[in-house]
Write a new protein. Structure first.
Length: 152
């Protein structure tokens, strides 16, 4: 019953592809940048929020916000994947005026395959993207910006 076509809703996911060390303009290592695939669509039966049966399925101490059920036993994503669930625009992940993908709103928390289907617990996230390359303010060279009367 849960997997009837009328109960299915679109979910978009992006899988982690690879990571690489990020550098600033001077060649200094500033962190690790992970790249993700383009979002792909899958249909699922999404819960409205966690409830008693969900608590038994994943454990009472687990921290997740929603669950969904997939028709297939194997999920096409992992616990490292990003999800667009509630913030879809016309059934697709949101994009800015330039066509750049806007942040996801959920992350996969647990995947529990059963004999004929797959249960997935997801956690709500608030994502804000910072620039990938930090820029340092320019420091005036010695003698620049000094006026008469400055100094000892």
């Amino acid at each position: 019953m849960r997997l009837m076509d009328e109960n299915m809703e679109p979910i978009w996911y992006a899988n982690q592809q690879h990571g690489e060390i990020a550098y600033d303009q001077w060649g200094n290592e500033i962190g690790f940048q992970i790249t993700y695939s383009e979002p792909a669509k899958i249909d699922a039966s999404i819960s409205s929020a966690k409830g008693e049966t969900v608590i038994e399925l994943f454990g009472a101490a687990e921290n997740y916000d929603k669950t969904f059920l997939l028709e297939d036993r194997y999920a096409p994503f992992t616990e490292l994947s990003r999800l667009w669930v509630d913030n879809l625009v016309n059934g697709e992940p949101p994009r800015d005026e330039s066509g750049n993908l806007l942040p996801h709103d959920y992350e996969v928390y647990l995947i529990s395959p059963s004999r004929n289907q797959c249960y997935v617990a997801i956690r709500k996230v608030n994502v804000s993207y910072a620039p990938t390359v930090a820029t340092m303010p320019e420091v005036p060279e010695a003698g620049e910006g000094e006026t008469e009367g400055d100094g000892p």
